[in-house]
Design a protein around this ligand. Structure first.
Ligand SMILES: Cc1ncc(COP(=O)(O)O)c(C=O)c1O
Length: 454
């Protein structure tokens, strides 16, 4: 009998996170201060983040212990199952073996609590009373609300307006866990008011919501800010996904030839792939693929440049693939993939050709989501469906070439709160969107005077 769910005991859960900074051939380049444009030190970041997270951000240690209080909360849903998608393989008629790590089992429905719990813990240890954040799809906001609830910290979420309107039940979920939620751009911050003055109908973006949350934290003494992706420490917290997957592959005597994840800011992709990139850096032949929407093609069409992490220019300047901080992506339904930049670590690995990138259109992505739901039963978040589209492409390529590949992808979250997007797809209201080059060039004009990374 072929095994469908490859499970680990709670006692097998990894006790350390993997920090890829110890193994990258070229390190991530310096983060710069948004005003002075000089490299930032730990003290510059202290108004926003607790010191333990700042130290993790710059650490070169390969392994970092996961405190027992974090492990105890992880055990509510971890280790997550590694699933063999045999029915999906059959319908594709591929000789490839397809596995996915199912992160939809967390209480918030995605991978995001892996870092939310860790971040809330380190804030609590430093006596922080209140945390602000942004959310796109609502997945990150839900995850942080959950984590703050466990550690008794107040949570304020700036939610991208288009998602706020599309996903009222994500809002209710955050409120259930005790958070307060406001549509961004809002009139509660200077950053929000500035955007609204320029465009009262702004549908918002992750970059704008970040500006609001950062400003709120920087102007309140008892408050820190928390980011759900992009930063080194966030990516590191997510490596529990790939570390568990490695143990699970060991149990069935298999190992992936191809590892795939969708990318917004890069955290679930990093989580599943960095532990396998360790093997690639040390000589193993593995392909690692990051998948993004054609409507927000950060890796495939954006240059590697220094740019602000947010839209207004309050957040630090980081070296990354970017479409320009003033770029506002069209309102595609994969809200979590609408970010102008990409994690500096993912960007550097792409620059060094250790990872590949692919971009797909919205409609083919939803076709993939529906095919997956009809074979494996689980209904993916639109973000996750980008990874599934890439899996189909790679599995069909294996079929054409007659080779048996083992493919692993990260099932970053379920789509139970995304039914309005599915609804739009079934009623043929969704369209593909090809981003005009002029749009990208216009946004890149804003960063032409930035320092240049190596
Ligand atoms: C289910 C899901 N997958 C993927 C992402 C993209 O984020 P990241 O690239 O940080 O994993 C999001 C972001 O909200 C998400 O909700």
């Amino acid at each position: 009998m072929e095994q469908t769910k490859i499970l680990l005991e709670e006692s097998d859960m990894p006790k350390q996170w993997y920090n890829i900074a110890a193994d990258m051939p070229n390190p991530v380049q310096a983060t710069l201060h948004p005003v002075t444009k000089q490299p930032v030190g730990p003290d510059d970041l202290a108004p926003l983040f607790p010191m333990q997270l700042i130290l993790q951000e710059v650490s070169r240690d390969r392994w970092i212990d996961i405190p027992e209080d974090i492990q105890a909360i992880y055990r509510l849903w971890r280790p997550s199952p590694l699933m063999r998608a045999s029915r999906f393989e059959k319908v594709l008629g591929t000789p490839a073996k397809i596995y996915f790590k199912y992160e939809g089992v967390s209480p918030a429905g995605s991978h995001k609590p892996n870092t939310a719990v860790a971040q809330a813990y380190y804030n609590k240890m430093e006596g922080v009373k209140r945390i602000t954040t942004e959310t796109g799809a609502g997945q990150w906001g839900s995850a942080l609300s959950l984590a703050c609830n466990f550690f008794n910290i107040e949570c304020k979420v700036y939610m991208v307006k288009v998602s706020y309107n599309q996903k009222p039940y994500r809002r209710s979920m955050m409120q259930t866990w005790g958070a307060s939620v406001v549509a961004s751009p809002s009139d509660q911050t200077q950053a929000g008011r500035k955007i609204l003055a320029q465009n009262p109908d702004s549908s918002g973006s992750l970059g704008i919501a970040i500006s609001e949350a950062v400003e709120d934290a920087a102007t309140h003494d008892d408050t820190k800010y928390s980011l759900g992706s992009v930063l080194n420490h966030v990516l590191m917290h997510q490596t529990i996904i790939g570390l568990e997957a490695k143990k699970q592959f060991e149990k069935v005597g298999d190992f992936p030839d191809i590892v795939i994840g969708c990318v917004g800011g890069g955290s679930n992709f990093a989580g599943v792939s960095f532990p396998f990139l360790y093997d690639k850096i040390h000589g193993k032949d593995i392909r690692v693929i990051a998948v993004e929407p054609t409507a927000c093609p950060t890796l495939t069409r954006g240059p590697f440049a220094y740019d602000f992490g947010d839209s207004i220019g309050l957040a630090p300047i980081v070296p990354m693939h970017t479409l320009g901080h003033s770029f506002v992506p069209p309102p595609i339904h994969a809200g979590g993939l609408r970010y102008h930049g990409m994690a500096p670590a993912v960007s550097q690995l792409f620059k060094d050709k250790l990872i590949e990138a692919q971009a797909y259109h919205q409609l083919e992505v939803f076709d993939a989501a529906v095919l997956f739901s009809r074979t494996e039963g689980i209904l993916p978040a639109p973000e996750t469906a980008h990874a599934i589209k890439s899996v189909i492409v790679e599995a069909l390529k294996a079929k054409e070439e007659g080779v048996e590949k083992t493919i692993l992808f990260n099932f970053s979250g379920h789509g139970h709160f995304d039914m309005s997007a599915y609804d739009a797809y079934f009623s043929k209201k969704l369209t593909d969107y090809s981003l005009p080059e002029s749009e990208i060039q216009r946004a890149l004009e804003d960063i032409k005077d930035m320092p240049k990374p190596k």
